[in-house]
Structures are given as C-alpha cells and as structure tokens.
Design a protein around this ligand. Structure first.
Ligand code: SF4
Length: 144
C-alpha cells in the first residue's frame, strides 16, 4: 500500500440493508478488527469524508440521499459497495422498488462480495480503496 499523507475519513451509509452488512462494518471498527490501525477516522459528515462505505440496494426512497451524500464529498473520493445488495441488488434485485446496485446512481470503485460481507473482506475493500484514493490524489495533483 502506498504511503498515506493523511488519515482517510470514512462515511458509512446504510442504503436499504437488512443490517447484516452494517453489523459487519461496525465490527471492523471494534478492537478485534481495528481498522483504525490504517489511520481511518469514522465521520458522520460527508463534507469531511474521503471514502463512502455503502450497504444495501438503490431504491426510490434512497436514490436522492445517495446522490446527495456523494455530491457533498470533496474530491478525490472513493466509493465502496459492501455486500451483494450494494453490488447488484442481490436477492432483492427483482423487487418492484429495487433499481439495482449502488453503481446505478453513483460511480463505485470497489465491490466487496458476500451476504453478509465478512469483516476481512470489508477491510480488504477498504485497503483497496486507500490505494485508489492515493492514485486519484496523485492524478489531481498532476493536473494542478
Ligand atoms: S448482502 Fe445480505 S447481509 Fe448484506 S444487506 Fe444484503 S441481504 Fe443483508
């Protein structure tokens, strides 16, 4: 993993998850899995966030919220879709109100499989996101 110049700040949003994936995201923050060892800070404010961790599929209720959260995050930013619902709609993809995965509405950089996604897979996805965030920062710096 590339050297990180700042602590990445993470925003976690539960789009329409059954809470299974969210419990696993929260488990990553506990001392057992300890994502803070990567310098990660959990924030509730999209204007402070570098990485969006999102669970659940996209539907009529959350589409505007997801767009709004994403648009408030400063560039560069990275989106991690956690669990099969966020990836594709999962078992709910044919429901009348489900539009599909998160990439139906915003760009997704990392897909974490599983139902529920396991903490080890989520941490792997976050580490990939950190690498992508650094790449995006470097590309932005070159354009300045
Ligand atoms: S992927 Fe499975 S555990 Fe995660 S939100 Fe969907 S149904 Fe729940």
């Amino acid at each position: 993993m590339a050297y990180l110049k700042k602590s990445p700040w993470i925003l976690h949003y539960d789009g329409s998850s059954c809470n299974g994936c969210d419990i696993e995201v929260l488990a990553c923050l506990t001392p057992m899995y300890d994502v803070e060892r990567f310098g990660i800070v959990n924030t509730g404010n999209p204007k402070h966030a570098d990485i969006l961790l999102i669970t659940g599929s996209i539907n009529e209720q959350n589409i505007e919220v997801v767009k709004n959260l994403y648009s408030q995050m400063p560039n560069p930013k990275v989106v991690v879709a956690i669990g099969i619902c966020a990836t594709s709609g999962g078992v709910f993809r044919e429901c009348y109100n489900v539009m599909g995965g998160v990439d139906k509405v915003i760009p997704v950089d990392v897909y974490v499989p599983g139902c529920a996604a396991r903490p080890e897979s989520i941490i792997d996805g976050v580490v990939k996101a950190l690498g992508i965030l650094e790449q995006k920062k470097t590309e932005m710096d070159k354009k300045r």
